[in-house]
Design a protein around this ligand. Structure first.
Ligand code: PRP
Length: 212
């Protein structure tokens, strides 16, 4: 038997839906559900194994070809770019990138250069460049919503899912930037060398997405 197809799954928000989709597609993910501290986990009913990783690492592993397939959010894909095929929009993990400010603030008032806090500096830079606007970007690692409250920034570019975090902290969206959802990506060499296996797997997954 050839070596297992290696699938990198993003830990956290996308994890439950991804495992649910694999199970719905007929693959036994017991080992993934009962993972403990194990990092490489076999899937039954198919010659594949799962690696659970942080979103950025999913892209790195797929790009370097140590994982054949990855499941990762469009947010990470947009931020990191990289060389791989983006094959399927899985439809779950839906949220959006937005520009948000303290409620009632006129973001565009005045002539000074605005400061934006974000976990996504590349997306932020591209967005404001496309508007022809010069901004200072401050990279924050978590709870970006704090930055305008602490007066570190005039606004934030971040993921908005339910909008609860913004609301509870007195912030509001003033512009939508891009929709986000989970994507299935494939290493370019794997796509050539293991095309049949990968296409079969994608076909099964797509059939089960449609019946969601
Ligand atoms: C994301 C994002 C917001 C929050 C939005 O953070 O950065 O803080 O979710 O979700 P909501 O609109 O449903 O309130 P995440 O929970 O991923 O944690 P982090 O800040 O540690 O990255």
């Amino acid at each position: 038997m050839s070596k297992p197809l290696r699938i990198a799954l993003t830990k956290g928000r996308l994890e439950k839906d991804t495992i649910g989709l694999l199970e719905k597609s007929g693959f036994d993910c017991t080992a993934v559900r009962e993972k403990g501290r194990k990092l490489i986990l076999p899937i039954k009913d198919i010659n594949a194994e799962v690696v659970l990783a942080k979103a950025n690492d999913v892209i790195t592993y797929v790009e370097h070809g140590v994982c054949d397939i990855g499941i990762v959010g469009k947010d990470t894909i947009m931020e990191m770019s990289g060389k791989f095929f983006e094959m399927v929009d899985l439809g779950f993990g839906r949220c959006r990138f937005a520009l948000a400010v303290k409620k009632g603030t006129d973001f565009y008032a005045g002539y000074g250069v605005k400061t934006i806090a974000t976990k996504y500096p590349n997306i932020t830079r591209n967005y404001f460049e496309s508007k022809g606007m010069d901004v200072d970007i401050v990279k924050i690692e978590g709870s970006v919503e704090l930055a305008p409250l602490l007066e570190l920034s005039n606004g934030i570019v971040d993921i908005v899912e339910t909008g609860t975090t913004l609301k509870e902290n007195g912030l509001e969206v003033i512009e939508d930037i891009a929709p986000i959802s989970a994507r299935l990506i494939v290493n370019t060499v794997s796509m050539k060398l293991r095309q049949k296996e990968i296409e079969n797997l994608i076909k099964i997954i797509e059939e089960n997405l449609q019946s969601c």
